[in-house]
Ligand binder design. Structure first.
Ligand SMILES: Nc1ncnc2c1ncn2[C@@H]1O[C@H](COP(=O)(O)OP(=O)(O)O)[C@@H](O)[C@H]1O
Ligand SMILES: [Mg+2]
Length: 243
């Protein structure tokens, strides 16, 4: 059963070095990693261990220094920046710690953003925005507001709605609960679990073991290398602790 699942993203010996002037930092050291259809993964590790860099590689936001990224079997190094932007738009949804909403746009316009490059009629776009907000646990009354009129937890639900509005098969979240109280964090995590039940693959980078324990698999990264894979402990999860 496990083996018949489709591989969505595969990193093969991905090495990433950042150079700033004379200084170079190795952020990933030959990481090999597979994301399967239906996965629900947590990536944990200390600050500076390479979590965001790894997520950026999985999300085609940056190119490796060496090694390969296969996205649905296609070698990403052979794709132009334009092709990569297209794939990101269609296949990937991103959620960040700091929400990254545009404060001069309304909630509706923020959620609509990923649909703008697509030729989707206005009325259908409007329906997709509303549906995404509901799926992310939001309220229709928010649509006319500006993001900064909402609480942090509400803004993160809007950010999730924006990430999923185009129905991407893969959702990547970088410390999505890092700026939230525990009750809001629980709502965000439950939203991810619901998305996963509906078939989206979800990958969450987190510092918080109670968040990681809500996922199906936990990977630990240290100094740019994946050093372990763990089974979650559901009794130590945010969901069970906040019943
Ligand atoms: N754009 C960048 N330029 C230079 N160094 C970077 C850049 N991004 C990350 N780094 C460095 O790479 C390492 C891994 O960073 P990062 O992937 O952000 O880790 P994490 O998300 O686990 O905190 C750190 O040493 C960080 O300082
Ligand atoms: Mg980070």
């Amino acid at each position: 059963m496990e083996n018949s699942k489709k591989i969505l993203i595969e990193l093969v010996n991905v090495y990433k070095e950042y150079r700033v002037g004379e200084i170079s930092t190795v952020a990933l050291k030959n990481v090999s990693f597979k994301v399967y259809e239906g996965d629900l993964l947590a990536i944990m590790g200390p600050s500076g261990s390479g979590k965001t860099t790894l997520l950026n590689m999985l999300g085609l936001l940056d190119r490796p220094t060496s090694g390969r990224i296969l996205f649905e079997g296609k070698d990403a190094s052979k794709l132009s920046d334009k092709d990569l932007a297209f794939l990101r738009n269609i296949k990937l949804g991103f959620v960040f710690q700091i929400f990254n909403l545009v404060n001069r746009l309304t909630v509706f316009e923020n959620i609509e953003l990923p649909l703008i490059p697509r030729a989707i009629p206005r009325s259908l776009r409007s329906e997709m925005v509303r549906e995404a907000l509901l799926k992310a646990g939001g309220e229709p009354e928010w649509l006319k507001k500006k993001p900064n009129q909402l609480s942090g937890g509400q803004q993160q639900r809007v950010a999730i709605a924006r990430a999923i509005v185009g129905n991407p098969p893969i959702v990547l979240a970088d410390e999505p609960t890092g700026n939230l109280d525990r009750a809001s964090a629980k709502i965000i995590i439950e939203t991810f679990l619901n998305l996963n039940r509906k078939g989206h693959s979800v990958i969450v980078v987190t510092h918080d073991p109670e968040v990681a324990n809500c996922m199906r698999n936990i990977y630990v990264i240290r100094d740019g290398a994946i050093v372990g894979a763990y089974e979650p402990n559901p009794s130590e999860s945010l969901i069970s602790k906040m019943m």
